[in-house]
Ligand binder design. Structure first.
Ligand SMILES: Cc1cc2nc3c(=O)[nH]c(=O)nc-3n(C[C@H](O)[C@H](O)[C@H](O)COP(=O)(O)OP(=O)(O)OC[C@H]3O[C@@H](n4cnc5c(N)ncnc54)[C@H](O)[C@@H]3O)c2cc1C
Length: 389
């Protein structure tokens, strides 16, 4: 993007802040929250190109989860059991921090339910692997147990699968209400409807230009997730966009107890407190097309989502579509978030790459970012130091 002489409305006195945060999603708001906690006198601005929550944070499925059994399997294969468990615990702490500092006594208001989650086994082979993993997880103190096909049908209304692994810690929430509550706790300037297109860190203050104005800050924290390569070119090929699509049916009688993952189709579902059935995923049907910043749904994925509802849910045969939407996730090379000060830049820090798990990670990750700004080391698996630019 560029801006013409005529459109530039920057006044000669640029607006100065201790911290400017770019991106008004869960990561940006959480970052402001932890900064404010560190020092309530800080002058902070959040610049958001649309409006707060317009990115993935206002478009996700609202799972507040540590992940699926498959996720633990991958972590265990990559990092070994101790580190895999620590990474899992990072999400558990995220949930505890959200409950303590944001959700508090407003669980009903925010549609927060502590239901547990279930990973559905699509084949005998998966089921055997899941059972072995569940045993390992239990040995690490993670509260998982097996769910039989009959329980799957009774608790989740789903048929045609061999069984599942339930993890008791997880839950779900109304993601936008969560953002609104977080926002109500912030005493910061919200600058909405302005897109950051230029960052100049050649002097001691970072100069931030938007399509309408100029700001300066002691430190700039970029929390735009998938959009990071568009703001800082260094991240091209490091953070990659991935579109996710969701379908919500008209309300159905209650039959799904909590969030479920079916990782064969990268598919997930839950029922809202209103009875609407939410289902998302099937990116594996069009992996290349879904590597995009375009915010639109596609027939191939939406049809797969609806077919799944009609063929696998006892009460889904006559389901009618109420909403369809998409949102953009940001993927890092190893699937873990990237947190820290950008190498070879001055006073610019980032948090990005939370893939499909920002609700389960970002509040804690933002605390990690803020702590690192004040000198605490970021855990190795999240640190920007591991990234090869
Ligand atoms: C369909 C879908 C379902 C998902 N389901 C879940 C789920 O159930 N549970 C879960 O944990 N996670 C889920 N996720 C992932 C989760 O939503 C994200 O990981 C999380 O919202 C990322 O938050 P964020 O604040 O980092 O980014 P975002 O919410 O994307 O916020 C970034 C913001 O930056 C703004 N921005 C970008 N560029 C600029 C610029 N140049 N200037 C100013 N502002 C800019 C954008 O407008 C945007 O609002 C899902 C994602 C999708 C798409």
């Amino acid at each position: 993007m560029s801006i013409s002489f005529w459109l530039d409305q920057s006044s000669s006195a640029s607006k100065n802040y201790d911290f400017v945060i770019v991106g008004g999603g869960i990561a940006g708001l959480s970052t402001a929250f932890w900064l404010q906690k560190k020092d309530p006198t800080l002058k902070i601005a959040i610049i958001e190109k649309h409006r707060v929550g317009f990115g993935a944070s206002g478009r996700n499925a609202g799972f507040v989860t540590a992940g699926s059994t498959e996720h633990y399997i991958k972590l265990n294969e990559t990092y070994g059991t101790e580190k895999a468990t620590n990474i899992w615990r990072f999400s558990e702490i995220n949930r505890h921090l959200l409950l303590e500092h944001v959700i508090e006594d407003a669980a009903d208001e925010l549609d927060f339910r502590h239901t547990g989650s279930c990973t559905v086994a699509p084949s005998e082979q998966h089921w055997e692997k899941y059972k072995t993993t569940a045993k390992l997880m239990r040995e690490q103190g993670i509260d998982v147990h097996e769910v039989s096909p009959a329980e799957m049908e009774a608790d989740y209304g789903i048929t045609g699968f061999i069984g599942g692994i339930q993890y008791t810690g997880d839950g779900y929430i109304h993601p936008f209400k969560l953002l609104q509550r977080l926002r109500s706790k912030l005493k910061v300037d919200f600058i909405e409807g302005q897109e950051v297109f230029d960052i100049d860190d050649s002097s001691s203050q970072v100069k931030i230009r938007t399509d309408r104005d100029t700001f300066t800050a002691g430190k700039l924290l970029v929390t735009v997730n998938a959009y990071l390569p568009l703001v800082l070119k260094k991240f091209q090929g490091v953070v990659v966009p991935g579109r996710g699509q969701i379908l919500v049916t008209e309300p159905l009688p209650f039959f799904v107890k909590g969030p479920c993952y079916l990782t064969k189709h990268l598919c997930y579902f839950r029922q809202l407190p209103t009875g609407h059935l939410l289902i998302g995923g099937f990116r594996n049907l069009a992996t290349q097309q879904e590597e995009t910043y375009a915010d639109n749904t596609t027939p191939v994925i939406q049809e797969a989502l609806l077919n799944f509802v009609r063929s696998h849910f006892r009460l889904g045969k006559e389901a009618r579509v109420a909403y369809q939407w998409s949102g953009i996730m940001g993927y890092s090379p190893d699937g873990q978030m990237i947190i820290g000060e950008v190498p070879e830049r001055k006073n610019i820090h980032v948090i990005a790459g939370c893939s499909g798990h920002g609700m389960g990670l970002s509040f804690h990750a933002a605390k990690t970012l803020v702590d690192s700004v004040y000198g605490t080391k970021v855990p190795d698996h999240l640190s920007i130091a591991r990234i090869k630019f």
